[in-house]
Ligand binder design. Structure first.
Ligand SMILES: [Zn+2]
Length: 161
């Protein structure tokens, strides 16, 4: 089964997208559950897991099962609305509502995945592989996964929060 994205767009490209429109754009029926799940994905910070999205949506719609959330997220990924993020810990699948090219900082303390964008870095990587080449591989995009710890600057006079 393949998902076709070649449907003529029903909405002008410049219109601000509501969540149902975003779903419709990629050919998904905007059911109430899907809208809630997409909303959860966009609201939760740090690239949530399906479990975190599930927890979030059940506050509004307790009847939604984790299986429904998994299925909806998979359909978002298949439709190109969402990306899967490889987590450094490898245990859980994480989801990214931002499908533009960017890099990720993974905090081993909080398990947060923070978006990182730097056009200069992109150029560096592209130039590197353009010059060096990859044997038997044609790269389309690059995404760095940088693992580390979030460092919070100690603020004077604000020791306890
Ligand atoms: Zn991201």
């Amino acid at each position: 089964m393949s998902v076709s994205t070649s449907h003529p767009l029903a909405f002008p490209a410049s219109a601000p997208d509501s969540l149902p429109q975003r779903l419709a754009r990629v050919g998904l029926r905007a059911t109430r559950q899907r809208v809630l799940i997409l909303d959860g994905l966009l609201t939760l910070p740090g690239h949530p897991t399906a479990e975190q999205v599930h927890q979030h949506v059940t506050r509004q719609e307790p009847s939604i099962s984790l299986g429904t959330v998994y299925k909806a997220l998979d359909s978002f990924v298949a439709a190109g609305l969402t990306r899967r993020v490889a987590s450094a810990e490898g245990s859980s699948r994480r989801f990214d509502a931002d499908c533009t090219e960017h890099h990720h900082l993974f905090c081993t303390n909080t398990q947060e995945i923070i978006d990182y964008c730097d056009p200069q870095l992109d150029e560096l990587i592209r130039d590197f592989f353009a010059a060096k080449g990859l044997p038997n591989f044609q790269p389309h995009s690059f995404s760095l996964h940088i693992t580390g710890d979030k460092v919070t600057e100690p603020q004077a006079g604000a020791e306890e929060r």
